[in-house]
Design a protein around this ligand. Structure first.
Ligand SMILES: Nc1nc2c(c(=O)[nH]1)N[C@H]1C(S)=C(S)[C@@H](COP(=O)(O)OP(=O)(O)OC[C@H]3O[C@@H](n4cnc5c(=O)[nH]c(N)nc54)[C@H](O)[C@@H]3O)O[C@H]1N2
Ligand SMILES: Nc1nc2c(c(=O)[nH]1)N[C@H]1C(S)=C(S)[C@@H](COP(=O)(O)OP(=O)(O)OC[C@H]3O[C@@H](n4cnc5c(=O)[nH]c(N)nc54)[C@H](O)[C@@H]3O)O[C@H]1N2
Ligand SMILES: [Mo]
Length: 768
């Protein structure tokens, strides 16, 4: 059943660089996804999976949180969804002999690519204190070891419980319940590194940290502004929605330092025309902005809206909406008129004409949607930038009506649902009260640590135990060197995972890996086969039904792992019937329906083919649960990042063939990169100024005012049409460059998209 995993690790010796593509998807897209699938999975397993992926009654794709349209196509998935499914469902298994052959030290020398390629984890393993090897243990023994450790802590706050956003609603709910019953709110999650800035800015200004649109709003809109997002790679099915919007007459504007493939032209793989034609030109306007320049751009456009209103009073701003539903308008007008266009030009690198053109499009449009992702959220001023997105939309009443709204595009497929289920270190009292009433215990009220604060607490020795429900925090968090020291300084680390990654190699004194089933797999418990449910980026909740037998018999579901661990740790300290929840996930959903608003009759509605959409005040009724009871138009001081001479700003981003820290292959097709990841993309004019050349190898060093040396060595320079002064390199490798203390104000999200760096030729420069 298994295929040999690659034995040798990869180097960049064969790296080649070709022309970047200006189109996305099309025939190569589909072929690339299907080729490896058929090879590794076998035809029957592939067909079963691909025909049920994102279908009603099938399973939900784990690659991103993009929603499913009402009318599904036969193949309702994209190339990268295909890769994610293959990666998970592959019947290649880590053999039992692996643990004796590879020490933990040895695993720490391997790349993420190599680790992920070893296949699925099938048995619990334990690295005892003092040993450099994992050894297999029974599930009972594993739970006992962890429970003993947890009970030995002097306070529950010495433990931290991380979640990555693939975890289902059911697993997330029991997990946070266990953690709170144990006694802590230390529930950091991947969202802390992702859309936290969005959640904060939107909760403050519109009362809910989620998208204010529904899927069909894309069909009714007149203008979509896509900011700081690379949908061709990270949300490929969004390109179909953009293409459809264009067909209905919408204009599309892309704001990005890079000319990303899908934003330029798109060949829809679902259509014959897309296959043979030149594809749809997606963006009507491409604004090649400098890193971190978005706040200035948004303020400049808002200023133009206010000026247009002054020139023709009563015709531009939606006064009825402003009066009835918002607060803060007058102060905003006064402030925004002070915005200095020269500063805007410096911050954005755009021309006044380009900014005027965007303003004209916005003024012409009666229904506008703004979408965004990591290019906006991972900056020092991310929260204020998102507040400016909201300001701009509010001025013309673009929230709470068809075809208009604010739409953050979430990353992990259930990161939004996990939050709804209580995975947050700062859940409000209303949620904790409901939890207390439902389960008859008093949850802790003091806020816990987020991802960054958790790393600091580990470094101080305040957190001694760390558990991860999925994910790969040590690789995903900033400042790899310091983060690794933090993890190694703990007494025990536990990872619930499907495949090997760096968080299994950089561990505490003791470490455990608990292997789990993925979403593709049929999850049978005492009451029969179970389904789980997830929430997509536009707040639609639906069931996900596993389709193929688990790759190995000994795997437990995430729900089962949490329930068993809770029993072992808490005993009868709380009167919670973990066994009933494990046996029948309807029981979990019943509890959820009593605790979380909007989930009435949850099992039936999630189990139905259609699923259901959660209530959303701004979208449904223009009600805003904010401090003023209205949507808040806010005043934010313009700041932009200065770049000292001789330095560049570096963003860390995803290649086309990776899923966060999971590397599917070493290629980045749309950007012309093959067989390598150690590249740094630099604008040709910057190269000329710095006296560097394409093909040269450089060390990339962070310019930061502390005594830590942060260097990414031996990167091949790729001359690339990025905005001037703005370089790019791949995450997670480049995380070594992002300082731990460089975090977005308010949301504490690592500033992964604006690292000040210097490039110096590598001592022994390899030939290009
Ligand atoms: N195949 C695949 N799909 C994924 C993922 C994956 O790794 N692989 N990851 C998932 C996750 S968790 C997430 S959060 C999303 C991430 O989805 P994206 O946010 O699209 O991911 P990134 O690769 O970080 O790309 C950031 C984009 O923003 C642009 N950008 C960077 N800085 C700025 C800026 O200052 N201003 C503007 N306007 N643009 C900027 C970059 O050039 C790039 O196009 O994708 C999800 N989907
Ligand atoms: N420099 C830089 N750093 C970043 C970012 C960036 O743009 N630049 N992006 C940030 C963002 S947006 C995010 S979301 C984080 C991502 O951070 P994480 O969510 O922590 O990382 P992933 O790489 O998505 O986690 C992959 C691992 O999850 C496990 N896994 C996969 N499927 C399952 C499952 O079904 N169940 C369980 N239990 N485990 C599973 C596998 O073992 C796999 O190795 O990284 C952040 N870090
Ligand atoms: Mo993310």
């Amino acid at each position: 059943m298994t295929e040999e995993p690659p034995v040798a690790d990869v180097t960049d010796a064969d790296l080649t660089v070709g022309e970047p593509k200006d189109w996305a998807a099309g025939v190569p897209g589909v072929l690339h996804s299907m080729g490896p699938a058929i090879q590794q999975l076998g035809v029957a397993r592939t067909l079963k999976l691909m025909t049920s992926l994102n279908q009603k009654g099938g399973f939900d794709c784990m690659s991103c949180a993009w929603p499913d349209p009402d009318h599904r196509k036969v193949a309702e998935f994209c190339e990268n969804g295909g890769k994610a499914v293959v990666w998970e469902a592959t019947p290649v298994l880590v053999p039992e002999t692996f643990w004796a052959e590879h020490s933990v030290t040895d695993l720490a020398e391997k790349t993420e690519y190599w680790l992920g390629m070893q296949g699925r984890l099938t048995e619990p393993v334990w690295k005892p204190k003092g040993s450099d090897h994992y050894e297999t243990v029974s599930w009972d023994r594993a739970f006992e070891i962890i429970a003993d450790k947890l009970r030995s802590l002097s306070s529950p706050d010495e433990a931290s419980f991380y979640t990555s956003g693939r975890t289902s609603n059911e697993a997330a709910f029991v997990y946070q319940l266990f953690v709170r019953a144990f006694g802590t709110n230390n529930l950091p999650d991947c969202s802390n590194m992702c859309h936290e800035s969005t959640s904060l800015a939107m909760a403050e200004t519109v009362g809910i940290g989620k998208s204010t649109i529904a899927y069909d709003d894309f069909e009714q809109t007149e203008l979509i502004i896509v900011m700081g997002q690379n949908p061709g790679t990270n949300h490929p099915r969004m390109l179909t929605a953009l293409e459809d919007a264009k067909k209905n007459g919408a204009e599309i504007v892309a704001v990005n330092p890079l000319p990303e493939a899908g934003l330029r032209r798109y060949k829809n793989p679902q259509k014959v025309r897309g296959v043979v034609g030149t594809g749809t030109q997606i963006a009507d306007q491409f604004l090649q902005i400098r890193l971190g320049g978005d706040m200035a751009l948004l303020q400049a456009v808002a200023k133009r809206v206010v000026l247009a209103e002054q020139a023709a009073p009563g015709t531009v701003v939606d006064h009825a909406f402003i009066a009835e539903h918002t607060s803060g308008y007058d102060a905003f007008v006064e402030h925004i008129l002070q915005v200095d266009d020269d500063e805007v030009v410096r911050a954005t690198g755009l021309t006044i004409d380009e900014i005027d053109e965007l303003a004209d499009r916005y003024l012409r449009s009666e229904r506008t949607i703004i979408t965004w992702a990591m290019g906006i959220t991972q900056h020092t001023k991310a929260v204020d930038t998102i507040k400016e997105i909201i300001n701009l939309l509010l001025l013309r009443g673009n929230i709470g009506r068809p075809g208009a709204g604010a739409s953050p595009i979430r990353g992990h497929s259930n990161v939004q649902g996990d939050r709804t289920m209580g995975i947050w270190e700062q859940m409000p009292d209303s949620f904790l009260d409901a939890l207390a009433a439902e389960f008859h215990f008093e949850p802790p009220r003091e806020h816990g640590v987020d991802a960054l604060k958790g790393i600091h607490a580990m470094r101080r020795g305040d957190i001694r135990f760390w558990m991860g429900m999925g994910g790969n925090l040590v690789a995903a968090i900033s400042d790899s060197q310091l983060a690794e020291q933090a993890f190694r300084g703990t007494e025990m680390t536990v990872q619930v995972s499907t495949k090997l990654n760096r968080s299994h190699a950089v561990v505490g004194e003791e470490a455990l890996i608990l292997p789990t089933m993925g979403r593709t797999e049929i999850d049978v418990q005492a009451s029969g086969p179970q389904f789980v449910s997830v929430e997509d980026t536009v707040c639609s909740v639906h069931g996900s039904h596993g389709q193929v037998p688990p790759v190995a018999p000994g795997l437990l579901s995430e729900v089962a792992i949490v329930c068993e661990l809770a029993k072992a740790t808490l005993g009868d300290r709380v009167a919670i019937d973990w066994q009933r929840m494990r046996d029948d996930y309807d029981v979990i959903r019943d509890h959820i329906s009593h605790v979380v608003p909007g989930f009435d009759d949850y099992s039936r509605r999630a189990g139905s083919k259609e699923g259901f959409v959660l209530p959303n005040g701004p979208r449904d009724s223009r009600t805003f649960a904010t401090a003023t009871g209205k949507a808040m138009i806010t005043v934010n001081e313009l700041e932009h990042v200065d770049r000292p001479a001789g330095t560049l700003l570096l963003q860390t981003l995803r290649s086309h063939d990776q899923y966060n820290t999971t590397i599917y292959s070493l290629n980045d097709r749309y950007r012309g990169i093959k067989k390598g990841r150690h590249v740094v993309f630099v604008n040709p004019d910057d190269l000329a100024e710095l006296g560097l050349e394409d093909g040269q190898h450089v060390d990339v060093t962070t310019v930061w005012d502390d005594d830590v040396e942060r260097v990414l060595r031996d990167q091949r320079i790729v001359a690339y049409p990025s905005a001037k002064g703005c370089a790019a390199a791949y995450f997670p490798e480049a995380n070594v460059l992002v300082p731990l203390d460089s975090a977005a104000k308010g949301s504490n999200t690592p500033v992964s998209k604006a690292v000040p760096v210097r490039l110096t030729p590598t001592a022994a420069t390899r030939s290009a």
